[in-house]
Design a protein around this ligand. Structure first.
Ligand SMILES: Nc1ccn([C@@H]2O[C@H](COP(=O)(O)OP(=O)(O)OP(=O)(O)O)[C@@H](O)[C@H]2O)c(=O)n1
Ligand SMILES: C[C@](O)(CO)[C@H](O)COP(=O)(O)O
Length: 237
């Protein structure tokens, strides 16, 4: 037990941090600038993402990881911190961001909620639901969406089989794990792992699946922008 915890008489509670990987190029989106900076309903996409996290009082700090030299978000009174330590893959951007959080005072036992800048439709209620479901969990977990459609396996442009979908989920973000365990798992898994849960699974752990929702999709392809814009406008008063 740390000195602080001994003095206070109770174990120090882990804190909650948000880490937003925002250093991708958005190659599938076909936009001139990285997709996370495209205007949507009057604001750059990532500012919608950050507004959702700013509305969760339990978060101690939100760190945005951008590409080296990226000054798009520089702002003196921002409710978030920025580190231009993005890497060549999402996993490297997250790993570098975890190092920055540690340098800013986050402890290995603190929780980190990693969320794609490009999932701009996440709501404060969904973030709270993930924390509520995972804060007493030994491992942590992720928002995910149960597969809504019939699932096919393809071979040469034709259906080879219909797959049982009853146990299939689409992984979303945020994904919430302890900082120390996540950093170790990402180091071990290597730069190609596509989500935090995958790194934890490779370490032999079973992250908890927490229902997200169809609207928490990742803006990935050109047609996704119009859908995201429509949802954002439908939420405006
Ligand atoms: N080297 C990278 C790659 C991705 N990301 C971030 O990870 C999130 C999810 O990744 P994805 O949608 O795959 O974004 P991109 O890699 O930018 O897209 P694409 O694969 O189409 O190039 C995005 O917010 C993206 O900015 C990152 O921080 N660093
Ligand atoms: C983390 C993620 O959003 C979960 O679905 C996803 O893996 C991000 O990257 P991808 O390259 O589009 O899979």
């Amino acid at each position: 037990m740390s000195l602080l915890a001994t003095v206070a008489g109770t174990p120090a509670s882990p804190r909650f941090f948000a880490l937003i990987p925002c250093a991708g190029t958005g190659s599938r989106a076909g936009t001139a600038q990285p997709k996370q900076y495209q205007p949507l309903a009057g604001l750059p996409m990532v500012l919608h993402t950050l507004a959702a996290f700013a509305a969760v009082p339990r978060l101690a700090r939100c760190l945005v990881v951008v590409a080296p030299g990226d000054r798009f978000l520089d702002h003196p009174d921002a409710s978030f911190s920025i580190a231009d330590c993005g890497g060549a893959t999402r996993a490297l951007s997250v790993l570098n961001g975890l190092g920055q959080l540690a340098a800013l005072g986050a402890e290995p036992q603190d929780w980190v909620l990693v969320h794609d800048a490009a999932r701009c439709l996440v709501t404060p209620r969904q973030i709270e639901a993930l924390i509520d479901a995972c804060e007493h969990d030994a491992v942590g977990g992720l928002l995910a969406h149960k597969l809504p459609d019939t699932l096919k396996r393809e071979a040469g442009g034709r259906v080879a089989a219909t797959i049982d979908r009853s146990d299939k989920w689409l992984a979303q973000t945020p994904q919430m794990f302890r900082l120390g365990a996540l950093a170790a798992a990402l180091e071990q898994a290597g730069p190609a792992v596509t989500d935090e849960a995958g790194a934890m699974e490779a370490a032999g752990l079973q992250p908890r699946l927490v229902p997200g929702g169809a609207q928490n999709f990742k803006v990935t392809y050109p047609e996704d922008f119009a859908l995201a814009e429509a949802v954002l406008r439908s939420r405006q008063p």
